[in-house]
Design a protein around this ligand. Structure first.
Ligand SMILES: NC(=O)c1ccc[n+]([C@@H]2O[C@H](COP(=O)([O-])OP(=O)(O)OC[C@H]3O[C@@H](n4cnc5c(N)ncnc54)[C@H](O)[C@@H]3O)[C@@H](O)[C@H]2O)c1
Length: 324
């Protein structure tokens, strides 16, 4: 059985990715259980993963190079999936330290060890945030992405540059995945869907930025996991360099107000809205082209917000034992 190291394993995307991987691989999950959001949620995700005998967990910080080295030596991984990051777009502007540490220093450690241990494929989470202030309607991988509007976006763009360098100089196969607003069961408490559902149920007001004039490419978690696993098995090569970047989105744009209406429909409660101006670091719209990933691995997103929001609300009510 081949071995995969997954960093950020107790995170939202990490948990779902590991759950799929353990069907076929030995998985070494790494996470420092950072307190960026509710640690209990991370522990509960881990409890589920720990039920599987080919899942092993190491609680550690990817900035700890020595410990990371020991784990690489002990497990000799075939593949590495780096999902560990501090992932707050707006938070990164006023609180840059943890972003520089994990997203740059930690990333540097992981990719370097992957090179030294001759990993067959290094896959890492980039983000739609790299498109920053671009005004083009549909984001494509060939677009110039030199203008991040948040430090978080800048760290993800830096990851792509570092990965290119490792692929070029050391022939390390690397693939960066630009995730577009991921949502679904076990999702993140700092993201819109979770915050809206939570506030609406508690009768609190929801903050609606840019007075609702926003749209997002919302991607359901199962589509993301599909993309990650299919790419893992198929590193790509272009101009003698085993390096690639792919968008993973739904390829559809949803207006924020329609997203909120769908939540209200599921909860059968109307929201109380606090209309707010645009926030620093935020973008008004996001929409991915997924043609490149479709052509490479046949990626074709299957979930729309009707099913996705319903699944999230079902999970949320069950998890918090709420009867409406
Ligand atoms: N969720 C999205 O919409 C989205 C969109 C674009 C990109 N991404 C990227 O996808 C990846 C996973 O995101 P997520 O939504 O699952 O976030 P998450 O916060 O739920 O997961 C990240 C995990 O990494 C862990 N971590 C943070 N710093 C660490 C460190 N120094 N050492 C070890 N572990 C550490 C955290 O404890 C957390 O469990 C991240 O790289 C994120 O930037 C996510």
């Amino acid at each position: 059985m081949r071995t995969v190291i997954v960093t950020g394993a107790a995170g939202f995307i990490g948990m779902h990715t590991c759950l799929k991987l353990i069907e076929k691989y030995k998985v070494i999950g790494i996470d420092n259980l950072s307190s960026y959001y509710d640690v209990n949620l991370k522990k509960k995700r881990l409890q589920i993963l720990k039920n599987y005998k080919n899942f092993h967990f190491e609680k550690m910080d990817i900035c700890n190079k020595k410990k990371l080295e020991t784990i690489f030596k002990k497990n000799n991984p075939d593949f590495v999936i780096n999902l560990a990051a501090v992932a707050g777009v707006r938070d990164s502007i006023n609180n840059p330290g943890p972003y520089i540490q994990t997203n740059l220093v930690g990333f540097g450690n992981i990719i370097h060890l992957s090179r030294l241990h001759k990993v067959k494929h290094f896959v890492y989470a980039s983000s739609s945030s790299v498109y920053g202030g671009n005004t083009k309607k549909i984001a494509e991988e060939t677009d110039v992405v030199d203008k991040p509007v948040s430090l978080y976006g800048a760290t993800k763009k830096s990851n792509e540059l570092i990965a290119f360098n490792y692929s070029k100089l050391f022939s390390l196969p690397t693939t960066g995945l630009r995730f577009f607003t991921v949502y679904g069961p076990w999702g993140r408490p700092d993201m819109a869907l979770f915050m809206f559902v939570d506030a609406i149920i508690k009768g609190k007001k929801i903050d609606v930025f840019n007075r609702g004039k926003m749209s997002r490419d919302f991607t359901y978690i199962d589509d993301i996991v599909d993309g990650v696993i299919n790419v893992l098995n198929k590193p790509s090569i272009s101009k003698n360099t085993p390096y690639s970047i792919f968008n993973i989105g739904s390829g559809k744009s949803v207006k924020l107000m329609d997203f909120i209406k769908e939540i209200e429909k599921n909860l059968k409660i109307s929201s109380k809205k606090r209309l707010m101006p645009m926030q620093l670091g935020d973008v008004k719209r996001s929409l991915s082209s997924v043609n490149k990933l479709n052509q490479w691995v046949g990626y074709s997103p299957k979930f729309n917000i009707k099913i996705g929001i319903r699944n999230f609300v079902d999970w949320y009510l069950k998890y918090y034992k709420i009867k409406l």
